[in-house]
Design a binder for this molecule. Structure first.
Ligand code: CA
Length: 440
């Protein structure tokens, strides 16, 4: 594993920020994810922060107090996005993590504590922005369970296409319509075709979510060069939750022969906190064990280290609140719960494959895993799978039914890692409410 364990993973370490020590906090001192925030109601520029308990530590302010002096990435911490920090690469980031850990731990030096205390902002008082200015966004299809379930709905006799076990399948997504968590998502209109009459244009009637993990590129590669699988993880900054909203009726009519287009590009939501590869180090597991009879990955995608530790034991969860559930104070209904360790392809394989033709990946490019589903029926990462394309609606606690999303529905994604001997860390959440289609 490229990211070694050090004092920042010590499960006994506690923070002087008390809320970080609560068992249910996503952001204990062992996590330290980066994000970009604005204080609500103030006209200040966006700032880089790190989440600790229910607070944000303002890294711009820390840099200006000289508390990050000596850090290679000190000026990157004073930027209005994570791009510069992502570009800096792993060593500089690891050094910053150790410094932030020292500033936030219980046995902090008196000077550091006084220096940092004035620059902690309650998370309730900030708006979180997109973590980075993303140049390019690519979405993969790395869950064989998702690919098989979806394939069965469209091709019952031949669910998995012959390339699936050789190629990490992906498509180029749209960076301009990436939105931060809590941004409402407008129901798209588009062409649909029910198979009998001519296609028509109108609001999608099959709006869906996709429960995914996104990961950001740190250092990239020069155009024409490639990234070896053995070093691929050095090029990954960290992960976030990602909801690849999908209009299934638009998608079904447009996807052949070139793949997803307007059924996907109307919005993709991201969670605000990027959990670094360092923070995830205790939760690495072997890559997917291919069943007997499956082909081996081709040599450029095969690395013993990646097979041994390239997987990630990370739970993901999607839940839904209808307007009526919200009005009656009902808790969100969990629709699916899956684990990233069940992905057929590792993050390193996806990244290496992406650059294998010489395509240049750049710092802060966003790659996403594709819908994370498991073998179990409770582990399905979208409504298309869960309701068998609308044939088996989900019943909500109010008695309402859902084949697909309705206006006013809110989808909430969450993610976390936990393992005996380590502190649980979380990814926070990624939310979005569906707005009615625009009137024409
Ligand atoms: Ca997707």
């Amino acid at each position: 594993m490229f990211y070694r364990l050090d004092e920042t993973h010590d499960p006994k370490a506690r923070s002087w920020v008390e809320s970080a020590n609560r068992d249910d906090s996503d952001f204990p001192i062992q996590n330290l994810p980066f994000g970009v925030f604005k204080r609500r109601g103030q006209h200040r520029a966006a700032r880089v922060g790190v989440a600790i308990g229910d607070r944000v530590l303002d890294l711009y302010a820390l840099q200006h107090r000289g508390m990050l002096a000596g850090e290679e990435v000190a000026t990157a911490c004073a930027a209005p996005s994570l791009n510069a920090l992502m570009a800096a690469g792993a060593k500089a980031r690891q050094s910053l993590r150790r410094r932030l850990h020292a500033i936030l731990r219980e046995d902090v030096s008196a000077g550091d504590r006084v220096g940092a205390e004035g620059h902690l902002v309650p998370q309730d008082d900030v708006d979180m922005l997109l973590p980075a200015d993303v140049g390019d966004y690519t979405d993969f299809y790395a869950s064989i369970f998702h690919a098989t379930n979806v394939g069965k709905l469209f091709r019952p006799d031949n669910p998995l296409l012959p390339n699936y076990k050789y190629i990490p399948i992906g498509y180029h997504g749209r960076a301009s319509s990436l939105v931060s968590s809590n941004t409402p998502v407008r129901r798209p209109s588009g062409q649909t075709h029910d198979g009998e009459e001519a296609p028509k244009f109108g609001p999608s009637n099959a709006l869906d979510y996709e429960l995914e993990l996104g990961f950001f590129v740190s250092s990239g590669n020069t155009l024409g060069e490639t990234i070896a699988i053995a070093t691929a993880e050095e090029h990954i900054f960290g992960v976030c939750l990602l909801n690849d909203w999908s209009a299934r009726d638009i998608q079904a009519w447009e996807y052949q022969p070139l793949g997803p287009f307007l059924g996907k590009s109307f919005a993709t939501s991201l969670s605000p906190w990027v959990v670094t590869m360092e923070a995830l180090a205790p939760f690495r597991v072997p890559g997917f064990a291919r069943p007997q009879g499956d082909p081996r990955a081709l040599p450029y995608l095969a690395d013993p280290e990646d097979q041994f530790t390239g997987g990630l034991d990370l739970w993901l969860e999607a839940s839904l609140v209808s307007p009526r559930m919200g009005d009656t104070g009902l808790a969100p209904l969990i629709l699916g719960r899956s684990n990233f360790r069940d992905m057929y392809w590792t993050m390193a394989q996806m990244l290496t494959h992406h650059a294998s033709n010489g395509c240049n990946l750049r710092p802060a490019d966003l790659l996403a895993s594709g819908t994370v589903s498991g073998s179990d029926k409770t582990a399905r990462g979208c409504l298309l799978e869960l309701t068998s394309r609308g044939k088996e609606p989900v019943t909500l606690p109010t008695g309402e039914q859902r084949k697909f999303l309705e206006d006013g529905d809110e989808v909430i994604l969450r993610g976390y890692c936990q393992r005996d001997g380590f502190r649980r860390i979380g990814l926070g959440c990624c939310r979005g409410v569906i707005l009615p289609a625009a009137s024409r």
